[in-house]
Write a protein that binds this ligand. Structure first.
Ligand code: ADP
Ligand code: MG
Ligand code: MG
Length: 886
């Protein structure tokens, strides 16, 4: 027999044993240790659950350990479980380390049966009504949660009993009614299960506990864990707690409370109380609850004690706590507490308040908020002041507030969007064929699927607002119905990708006050003050610099207001679009050297003007300019279109020499796998003068600004290098031009490379010899590391990979630490071994992802770079990373 301890008395545990005792059990133990009025009880560990789930039966030692803890509980309480004349009753409560909807809830009043119900009445001074009320609740909860009897059958029977009585609520049923109802419930139970309601108290206890274990693998719980990325093998604990009764009359009741407002973070207690009620009645809405202030009138003593305990718990946990309590005939009992969930805004406010109150320091406060919450606060929000009608709700899968006309097909979405309409694409679920419609829509609403469904993954990938899994929505061809309402194509709805709520009609959208604050506008709000305090501290603590990815002066200026300390990636290819396309065509089609030179010469001043604007906006800060990266044929018209034009012109006998020449070029340059073809540094080596023109434009822009007394800090970045030889050749050419243009201006130009081809990461030691800096292009590094073409895989099958658990989150959303991350580590270590002061950063989208920022901090990079909007998120997370790892 192994010495494994599977059962802990409440007096044996404490709050840091969550993994073993579950959140509920650990905190019940903590409250017991603090001397608070907690009913006696014990916790069966998550380890027992894991053993049960692995083998299908409880470990051998468990029964004996439960027996002895039950015996101890009986002796503490001076009663025996289910004793016919004076019964001890218990509740059986699930409680995992993370709270998890979909798992088995609680069974109250375990130990009641046809005999002990009389004993319970006697205990309560002859209150038969109370005893039968408790018994019928047991049959109902046990039936529903342990034996899967449909809950509606019980509530229908209750409604019927009320109707027969002419009663409007359950309190008007008397002892005889409840006794009859209990009989009715037992019939329902027997009908559905094929056996009688178990009368043996020990058996009730065992069955209830095993049901809790099994509920770990209930469908909804599994789904929830997958969505929230909670490991599947933790198991749940079971708490067995001596019953106290809130249904013993008007001087009893049950309630929930918060030590601060979890919605806004405002100071002051919040809560609801329901007189003469048990357990879930408060939240089930069977009768109207009253606010805590009214408890003060009803039971001053219990109220004062509750306030005192709440203050004590807040002081102890140094955070917002939520609480479940019951009052039994004027005596207060604490049944649960935990550090309470809260909205993003409340998280920032509360963290800052606690600092002001001296409860926590700034480091701790910074750890209490996170980048995802900050990002949430930066989206525009619906103004709910007009109390818009909530149509239904689903899972908030991609944040934002979108308003538009309902459409039911991708084709219709593209059509209306092209006509300038805002549309919301509504689908049962989406698939790759919906992609064009998803791009055209302002928002996406689906009836099926969770946070990892196709709709969710794709919407997040392109920053589109999405609510998915709104399962009350029934879609037919050109309309949907939900809760009896019909919404036709063209009707306007509003969807909230954070809360998952769907509103009928247009809801006004308000800009984010946090963004207004970052923009430098004066905003007077406690939220903005809190954000300000915590951002300041993050900036003080962080070691990673934060730059932005920006291609225009306007983006650069905005990012700077958001706190960017430079540009980590300026893509030069947009500079080849618009009215410059013609020049690029000329460049590509150039037959003779002379033609090409002329085209490049025409492009030079245009590029220079772009860089002047950019360096000016980022004066005094580094600006990394990536030389042209995409394959040139991306700048040419599509093969199909051109072929049609030429064919038509030929048919009509019109002049088509130019088009035909272009078509030839397009055919010539067509690639099977453009992502792996002629692009990046390869272009620079194949097309003479292309990189030279760009480098000259950069150097001239810098020289011009230096002449104006500014401080431009250009960094020239060569994309797609896989071998040091490539970089060496480009470098030589660049140095030459730079030297010629900037000598005497005092400008210093760095020349470095992206690390985005796995071979570059693996030969980083060699490449470092020719580079002043490295910048990880984590998008391409992920594509090439996994062999994924992002555009092809995200829409086509990523949902399946997520469903299969091959990865918990898309490697394009959050850096794959073990694979791609290892390439980053190797390159960093080997690069620095050769050149200790090698500047190293990240310029892929991962630079703005909270989890990834922590990884980049750990690896020891110098900076991350991300889109302007993610800059504050990266700053905050870089600060948090510095604290966590110090
Ligand atoms: P959940 O995890 O869904 O909150 P709980 O285990 O907390 O479920 O139980 C729900 C409610 O049942 C509690 O808030 C409390 O009101 C009631 N309850 C649980 N155990 C007891 C008990 N021993 N005595 C009285 N009420 C109880
Ligand atoms: Mg609870
Ligand atoms: Mg790239």
């Amino acid at each position: 027999m192994s010495g494994e301890k599977y059962v802990y008395d409440f007096s044996e545990g404490h709050k840091d044993l969550k993994e073993l005792l579950g959140g509920k059990g650990a905190n019940l133990a903590e409250m017991t240790r603090l001397g608070l009025p907690v009913p006696a009880g014990f916790t069966v560990t998550t380890e027992a659950c894991r053993a049960y789930l692995a083998t299908g039966s409880a470990p051998d030692e468990l029964a004996g350990q439960i027996d002895s803890h039950l015996a101890a509980l009986e002796s503490t309480m001076g009663r025996h479980l289910g004793d016919p004349s004076d019964p001890l009753l218990v509740s059986v409560r699930s409680g995992a380390a993370f709270s998890m909807p979909g798992m088995m809830e609680t069974v109250l009043n375990v130990g009641l049966n046809d005999a002990s119900v009389a004993g319970l009445a006697a205990q309560a001074g002859g209150d038969e009504r109370f005893a039968w009320d408790s018994y019928r609740r047991l049959v109902q909860m046990f039936g529903k949660t342990v034996c899967d009897v449909p809950g509606d059958d019980f509530s229908d029977a209750l409604e019927e009993a009320k109707k027969t009585r002419g009663a409007t609520n359950d309190l008007q049923l008397d002892a005889a009614d409840l006794r009859a109802l209990t009989e009715r419930y037992k019939h329902i139970f027997a009908k559905h299960t094929g056996h009688e309601f178990p009368q043996e108290p020990q058996l009730q206890l065992r069955l209830a506990m095993e049901a809790v274990f099994r509920s770990w693998n209930a469908e909804r719980a599994v789904l929830y864990r997958r969505q929230e990325r909670i490991p599947a093998d933790l198991g749940t604990a079971v708490n067995v707690v001596a019953m106290v009764f809130g249904n013993l009359g008007p001087d009893s009741g049950t309630g929930v409370a918060f030590t601060r407002d979890p919605a806004t973070g405002a100071q002051g207690i919040y809560g609801d109380y329901l007189q003469n009620a048990q357990g879930e009645d408060v939240v089930a809405g069977i009768r109207n609850t009253v606010g805590l202030e009214e408890l003060k009138e009803l039971d001053h003593r219990s109220y004062d004690q509750l306030i005192e305990i709440m203050a004590l718990l807040e002081g102890h946990y140094r955070d917002l706590c939520d609480i479940e309590f019951t009052i039994e005939r004027g005596k207060l009992w604490m049944l649960q507490t935990r550090v309470g969930k809260r909205t993003a805004a409340a998280a920032f406010r509360i963290a800052a308040q606690l600092v002001t109150e001296g409860a926590i320091d700034l480091d701790e406060a910074l750890l209490r908020v996170n980048g995802a919450q900050l990002a949430q606060l930066m989206f525009p929000r619906f103004d709910l002041a007009g109390e818009p009608a909530v149509l239904t709700s689903g899972i908030g899968a991609s944040p934002g507030a979108a308003v538009g006309k309902v459409v039911f097909s991708a084709a219709r979405a593209t059509e209306l969007a092209a006509a300038g309409e805002d549309v919301i694409l509504v689908r049962r679920e989406t698939n790759p064929e919906d992609l064009a419609g998803m791009i055209a829509a302002k928002g996406i609403l689906t009836a099926r699927g969770g946070k990892t469904s196709h709709a969710a993954v794709v919407a997040r990938g392109m920053g589109r607002t999405c609510v998915c899994g709104a399962d009350a929505v029934e879609i037919s061809r050109d309309r949907f119905t939900v809760a009896g309402r019909t919404v036709a194509e063209g009707d306007v709805i509003s969807i909230d990708g954070t809360s998952g709520r769907v509103y009928l009609g247009p809801v006004p959208v308000r800009p984010s006050e946090v963004v207004q604050y970052f923009e430098g506008e004066p905003v007077d709000s406690t939220l903005v003050e809190a954000v300000h305090t915590l951002m300041d501290h993050a900036d003080e603590r962080r070691r990673l610099a934060v730059r932005t990815n920006a291609d225009t002066g306007a983006d650069a200026a905005r990012a700077r207001r958001f706190g960017a300390e430079g540009i980590g990636l300026c893509r030069t290819e947009h500079m080849f679009l618009g009215d410059r396309k013609e020049l690029v065509e000329r460049l590509i089609l150039a037959g003779a050297d002379g033609d090409r030179k002329a085209a490049l010469e025409a492009l030079l001043p245009l590029q220079r003007a772009d860089f002047v604007e950019l360096f000016r906006a980022m004066d005094g800060r580094p600006v990394t300019v990536r030389l042209i990266d995409p394959p040139l044929h991306e700048f040419l018209p599509s093969l199909e279109e051109l072929a049609v034009t030429v064919a038509v012109a030929r048919e009509r006998g019109e002049d088509h020499a130019e088009e035909a020449q272009l078509l030839d070029a397009v055919r010539r340059m067509h690639e099977q796998n453009p992502m792996l073809g002629l692009r990046g540094v390869r272009l620079g080596l194949v097309i003479p003068g292309l990189f030279a023109m760009q480098v000259r434009a950069i150097a001239q822009a810098a020289a011009q600004l230096a002449g104006e007394g500014l401080d431009p800090q250009p960094e020239i970045m060569v994309p797609l290098v896989g071998a040091v030889q490539e970089l060496e050749m480009v470098r030589q050419e660049c140095e030459h031009i730079v030297e010629e243009v900037i000598s005497g201006t005092g400008v210093r130009v760095l020349i470095g490379t992206m690390i985005e081809v796995p071979r570059a990461a693996l030969t980083a030691g060699q490449i470092a010899e020719a580079a002043d800096f490295f910048s990880f292009g984590t998008n391409d590094l992920t594509q090439m590391g996994w062999g994924f073409s992002r555009d092809d895989v995200e829409g086509a099958f990523f949902w399946r990979y997520l469903e299969l658990g091959i990865f918990g989150i898309s490697p394009f959303e959050s850096i794959d630490r073990e694979g791609v991350g290892r390439l980053i580590r190797i390159a960093t270590d080997e690069g620095r071994a050769v050149k200790p002061d090698l500047k190293i950063g990240v310029c892929g989208e991962h630079g703005g992802d909270p989890e990834s920022v922590h990884f980049f901090h750990d690896v020891g990079l110098d900076y991350v770079s991300c889109s302007p909007f993610r800059v504050p998120v990266a700053r905050l997370e870089a600060g948090r990373a510095a604290i966590t790892r110090s």
